[in-house]
Design a protein around this ligand. Structure first.
Ligand code: CA
Length: 362
């Protein structure tokens, strides 16, 4: 037995070493090339959560590639304004971008589906749909005509309804309200009688302070505390019906991506997956403590939207999603894919996540 084991061991060891030697020579030559890329973002430089996600991605890629792919990260407005990130990467002004797909509904209405759907998937389900439910393939198909390859690279978890200076007692209180809400949530606010505005994060405080907008939603306690919205708004409403689990995106210029060797492509994919989870972990850890600071130190009034308001927003959301699904063939396929995924996830989560939350709170 021992002799057989030795023979097998020697065979395996020599077999392995043969494989190593034969496959090592070719990639070594390719690995000598270094890349210096630019990443433009829709976030203020080094902004908590969102901006740090982009910075951490760049650091991970540089470390994993031993410095062969260096990425210089630019905050909004440093190289291009926040809402020109998509075009800048599409045209190759920068090789990479970090932002959110719902900022690009002017390019394709279906882009909003890849950030968040009102009353749709939460963070866990969104990441699952993208990576194991066919979402990423659809996203890449949608962005192909723009010369872009998207990746999911972060998630904030359930957000908040937002900041208001008047109470929302019925759907009538939305009428005439100028509220910063991007994506599908904004479409819902507009149809409910409000006026949805899309403004980048860095400009929100001034917009609210000077009365350009009456209300705003940004993210949640961790990010909202950092911007100081408690200084200019009285009421902080929940739940985050418009953005239950918004995915952040990493976009890469397709031509630039194709010049990379396979190992650097694999490093980008792994770093994006790592950051996708890490951003969510950061929000989960920081939101709790930030909410305590907002309420206990700054006297913020936390309020829940009335059930009938939520119900009406839900009705409008379903109507709008259906209209976008009918807007183009691909939008229809994306909407069907999410709808089927959500149906199945909701059925299981009713007896797992929801049942557990219920059990834990008893
Ligand atoms: Ca938001």
């Amino acid at each position: 037995m021992r002799a057989i084991f030795l023979i097998i061991s020697i065979f395996l060891i020599s077999g392995c070493s043969d494989v190593d030697e034969s496959s090592a020579s070719a990639p070594i030559a390719a690995q000598t090339e270094n890349y210096e890329w630019k990443m433009v973002t829709t976030w203020p430089k080094n902004y908590p959560g969102l901006g740090l996600g982009a910075e951490n991605f760049a650091k991970k890629v540089e470390a994993m590639s031993a410095g062969r792919l260096k990425i210089k990260v630019f905050g909004a407005g440093q190289l291009v304004p926040a809402f020109e990130v998509f075009d800048a990467v599409s045209q190759g002004t920068a090789e990479m971008g970090h932002g959110a797909a719902y900022y690009w509904t002017g390019k394709s209405k279906a882009a909003a589906f890849f950030t968040a759907i009102p009353f749709g998937l939460n963070a866990q389900e969104m990441s699952s749909w993208i990576h194991h439910g066919g979402g990423l393939e659809l996203w890449r198909e949608l962005y192909d005509e723009f010369n872009l390859i998207p990746f999911s690279a972060g998630n904030t978890g359930v957000q908040m309804t937002g900041w208001f200076n008047k109470e929302i007692k019925s759907i009538e209180d939305i009428k005439g309200l100028r509220m910063r809400t991007p994506g599908l949530g904004g479409d819902v606010i507009t149809r409910a009688g409000g006026i949805a505005v899309t403004i980048s994060g860095g400009e929100l405080y001034t917009a609210m302070q000077t009365g350009v907008i009456d209300a705003l939603e940004w993210v949640g306690p961790y990010n909202d505390l950092a911007f100081g919205f408690h200084q200019i708004a009285k009421y902080y409403y929940y739940p985050g019906w418009s953005e239950p689990g918004p995915a952040l995106e990493l976009i890469i210029n397709k031509d630039a991506y194709q010049t990379l060797p396979d190992d650097l492509k694999a490093i980008i994919e792994s770093a994006a997956r790592a950051v996708n989870q890490d951003v969510l972990d950061e929000y989960t850890a920081r939101n709790n403590e930030a909410l305590v600071t907002l309420v206990e130190e700054h006297g913020v009034e936390l309020k829940k939207l009335p059930d009938d308001v939520v119900k009406e927003l839900r009705r409008i959301s379903d109507e709008i999603i259906q209209e976008i699904a009918e807007d183009s063939e691909i939008a229809g396929r994306i909407a069907s894919s999410i709808k089927a995924f959500q149906k199945q996830a909701a059925a299981y989560h009713a007896i797992s996540e929801e049942a557990y939350y219920e059990a834990r709170s008893q």
